[in-house]
Design a protein around this ligand. Structure first.
Ligand code: AHR
Length: 359
């Protein structure tokens, strides 16, 4: 039975690869989009009615990741008819490949992968295909293989572009004559890092800004603090913008700047920007400690469950599904920005906005 499904998956994914030219996130604005996925791919029927799902999660490096894991555990619960086999890969790519191969050995019904890095996937995805196990990719993209049914996640390049466009408008309003920016990147090789870095750099290059340094803080608080400490030693008094590619790095950067006597946020020496928009950090935007925060939505699991139910019903899921995302700012001086020809709202982070945050 699984071999027949594997053949159908193989044929339809090859067709989809030819039609889409690869599985990377497009530059479309964050909204549901897409091309048809494995059109004849019916999912393996679970004989006992329970659907077994293997989830190879990146790790536990950030508050965002905790929210992503909780979302999956809530959705793929026994009460919802699932048996979730969860593996925390601790940011180790080899461990993640091994986790996927173990899921194949266990003959799970579906495999969910949040890829630590965007390349090196085709061999193991071929193994999944040969075993007839549909793969759903979430959050970060796989850029060197199209052998998965669907991807659900964020447009990281748009996040980076939005950050740059917001900074341009903010700087103009505040009369900042030059931008000297320090960037704390996420984990090397992650599509979240690549997209945010490329998007921000595109605007920086266009506007002639000075990116003084751009180093990885590995999406962790400790990494953000370490990189910021070294930036403070090398560049104190010379920078006026710090871009942290996630909230935990921003927490570390704040500690380092506090220790170095550098002020940040509304009225500070330095404009501080973050990504993710976890609730405690939108609170920091509301409190004026972080100037702006660009959301990365971790709640992919409900959509993945819909995809699985569609496959169970013999329907064709979308190949790419973008989760909705919002931008938050401490002040109301930039109400909207134009990104790739689309006008996007910048939400003034009032206490009501914070209180309504779902994670
Ligand atoms: O891939 C999403 C990124 O990974 C989030 O921005 C970060 O917090 C997480 O660790």
């Amino acid at each position: 039975m699984k071999k027949i499904i594997a053949t159908a998956l193989s044929m339809t994914m090859a067709m989809s690869l030819a039609a889409c030219g690869g599985g990377a996130a497009s530059s479309a604005a964050p909204a549901a989009s897409s091309a048809p996925a494995a059109s004849q791919a019916s999912a393996p029927a679970a004989s006992d009615g329970v659907i077994t799902v293997g989830f190879a999660q990146v790790g536990h490096e950030s508050d965002w990741r905790t929210a992503s894991t909780k979302s999956a555990q809530d959705v793929f619960s026994a009460a919802n008819g699932y048996d979730l086999k969860f593996v925390d890969c601790d940011n180790d790519s080899a461990a993640q490949l091994e986790a996927v191969r173990n899921f194949i050995e266990q003959d799970v019904d579906y495999i969910i992968i949040d890829p630590i890095v965007s390349t090196g996937w085709d061999t193991v995805l071929t193994e999944c295909e040969d075993a007839g196990i549909p793969v759903i990719v979430i959050d970060r993209t796989i850029d060197d293989s199209d052998k998965y049914v669907s991807w659900v996640g964020s447009d990281f390049k748009i996040e980076g572009l939005a950050c740059g466009e917001w900074l341009k408008a903010y700087a103009a309003d505040k009369g900042m004559s030059e931008i000297n920016a320090l960037v704390i990147e996420g984990s090397t090789g992650a599509s979240a890092t690549i997209g945010r870095t490329d998007g921000f750099k595109e605007i920086a290059d266009r506007e002639g800004w000075n990116i003084m340094a751009s180093q990885s803080g590995d999406f962790t608080e400790a990494g953000g603090q370490e990189v910021m400490e070294s930036y403070c030693q090398s560049y104190k008094g010379k920078f006026n913008v710090v871009i942290c590619q996630n909230d935990n790095e921003a927490a570390g950067a704040m500690t380092a700047m506090d220790n170095a006597g550098i002020t940040y946020g509304v009225g500070g020496d330095v404009v501080l920007v973050s990504f993710d928009a976890n609730k405690p950090y939108v609170q920091m935007v509301c409190d004026g400690k972080i100037n702006a925060n660009f959301e990365c939505n971790p709640m992919a699991a409900p959509t993945v469950s819909e995809i699985i139910q569609d496959l169970e019903a013999g329907k064709t899921p979308e190949k790419e599904i973008y989760v909705p995302e919002h931008w938050f700012a401490a002040e109301d001086n930039v109400p909207s920005i134009d990104v790739n020809g689309e006008t996007l709202e910048v939400i003034h982070a009032t206490q009501d906005v914070v209180d309504a945050r779902p994670y």
